[in-house]
Write a protein that binds this ligand. Structure first.
Ligand code: NDP
Length: 480
């Protein structure tokens, strides 16, 4: 049994003020595998006070000192990559091969990109009018991360805070405490001064809300549901904090008849199902030019039926379970909703997949599912499902495809598949989303990630992600 009963505050592992604990369960078997201590407002305050004290000196460090610490952080992260991967496989069910190559790798990929961004960043610049602009760390940052990409999200928030010279308190999802614990050990080993980084485990409405309300916190960065994001923004309003939000998505994938259909349709299905569909920017709505609609349905069905669910502890390119019972029930309900709304089930459906080994039959495995002939008023077309469920609809013209793609309250990502560069660029310009993927190519580490509309505000990653953690100060040039 794993027991996480301390928090990392002021450079040390300390006992929580609260005596509450929560079970940690395996998503693959639904067995309890440990317990985690749940913090309260007093724990959050203790961490904020440590971060506030540390800010006095850490905010005055030079860029070179912070770069040296980040390079040391990279060395330690590399050495602990396998521990991060295993922690995520255990706590949220990401299959180990993917967990190592993608989930844990994000901890290094984002770090290298932030090092490059900090190297390039001008902390001071002369404005065209001769005044001097300086960029300075914002203060104490409250960082709230979700369970679906635990280390990716921690890296996108903790690293820019440390790179900027800010200090922080991390509250990871209560459901994924293991990888956060390993990350705190990594930051400690990298030699950050006490109080610069603090970890308090606990739930959102308690620890998360205490951070968002705290008068000594200058900024909140949140990734999760729209409901959680709006609660953070409301709690932060009275103290006028900066709030950056990375929320949900229902990203369109436009398949034009001139695309390499064999390749792009299979990729689109795989991208929708990746991480068992638990990614905010997954291409979950496939829009298909009518002339190739029957062929695309055949290809999509074949791709879905080739995807296999399996034990996350085993190497391979199979999919893992959903991360918990709530998510399982939510996906089942959405599949039932699709059936009741009259969408045509192409493959999959409710229940668990056939052929699961005995040991995994209580795990949160679902059937990769595709609905076609889905119409824009259907719930399954509009709402984020967060499971391996793809919805498909045909379109007649480029104009209609763009309108359908943009007809969503979200705007995180959009995907375009076409053989024509001219069309790709023309359509990309008109899609209301923060990230555009064309013909299977995604943006790399170091590009800003974030959304339009209800998908949030602010950008994570690279120079823009770093600047979010900085304040701007101006002064005239010195004259005696
Ligand atoms: P939440 O938004 O509840 O969880 C994300 C993080 O926010 C967790 O650390 C959570 O804490 C915290 N949180 C929740 N409520 C508050 C609050 N009032 N104040 C401060 N922090 C808070 O997501 P769920 O786990 O409930 O998932 C529900 C749905 O949200 C999913 O089905 C999916 O659609 C979407 N989602 C989107 C994500 C994305 O990447 N954009 C990530 C996760 C979910 P804790 O859970 O510990 O209580």
């Amino acid at each position: 049994m794993i027991t996480l009963n301390t928090f990392y505050i002021d450079g040390a592992w300390v006992a929580p003020a609260s005596s509450e604990t929560m079970p940690i369960r395996s998503p693959a078997t639904n067995r309890q595998i440990g317990t985690v201590a749940m913090g309260n407002a007093e724990d959050a305050d203790r961490a904020v006070q440590a971060a506030k004290r540390a800010f006095e000196t850490f905010s005055m460090t030079s860029k070179e000192e912070r770069l040296a610490l980040l390079r040391r952080l990279a060395e330690v992260t590399r050495a602990r990559l396998d521990d991060l991967a295993h922690a995520m496989t255990t706590e949220m069910g990401a299959p180990i091969t993917m967990s190592r190559a993608v989930q844990a790798d994000a901890g290094i990929g984002h770090l290298e990109a932030f090092i490059a961004a900090l190297e390039r960043l001008d902390e001071e610049e002369i404005l065209p009018n001769g005044d001097v602009l300086s960029r300075e760390p914002i203060g104490v940052c409250g960082l709230i991360t979700p369970w679906n990409w635990p280390i990716n999200q921690i890296a996108l928030k903790v690293i820019p805070a440390l790179a900027a010279g800010a200090t922080c308190v991390l509250k990871p999802s209560e459901h994924t405490p293991l990888s956060a614990q390993v990350y705190a050990e990594i930051v400690h080993e990298a030699g950050y001064p006490a109080g610069v980084f603090n970890l308090v485990q606990g739930d959102g409405p308690t620890v998360g809300a205490a951070l968002a309300r705290h008068s000594d916190v200058a900024m909140m960065s949140f990734t999760g549901s729209t409901r959680g994001g709006s609660a953070v923004a409301r709690n932060a309003a009275d103290s006028f904090k900066r709030v950056t939000l990375e929320l949900g998505g229902k990203s369109p994938n436009l398949i034009f008849a001139d695309a390499d259909l064999e390749k792009r349709v299979a990729e689109g299905v795989a991208a929708c199902f990746f991480n068992t569909g638990q990614s905010c920017d997954a291409p979950t709505r496939m829009l298909v030019e009518r002339s190739v609609y029957p062929r695309v349905l055949e290809l999509a069905q074949a791709a879905a039926e080739a995807s296999v669910m399996g034990d996350p502890e085993q190497e391979g390119d199979h999919l893992g379970p959903l991360f918990d019972e709530i998510q399982y029930d939510r996906v089942q309900t959405m599949i039932e909703t699709g059936l009741n709304e009259g969408a045509r089930l192409l493959t999959g459906g409710t229940g668990r997949p056939d052929g699961l080994p005995e040991a995994l039959q209580s795990g949160w495995f679902v059937r990769p599912t595709i609905f076609c002939d889905v119409t824009p008023e259907m719930v399954i077309w509009r709402e984020e499902i967060f499971g391996p469920v793809l919805v498909i609809t045909p379109f007649d013209t480029e104009e209609v495809a763009i309108a359908l793609a943009n007809d969503t309250e979200y705007g995180l990502a959009a995907f375009i598949q076409t053989g024509s560069e001219e069309r790709a660029l023309r359509v990309a310009r008109r899609l209301r989303a923060g990230g555009i993927h064309i013909n299977g190519r995604d943006a790399d580490y170091g590009s800003p990630f974030g959304g339009f509309k209800h998908s949030g505000n602010g950008r994570e990653g690279g120079v823009q992600g770093l600047e979010d953690y900085m304040e701007i100060k101006v002064r005239p040039p010195f004259a005696a």
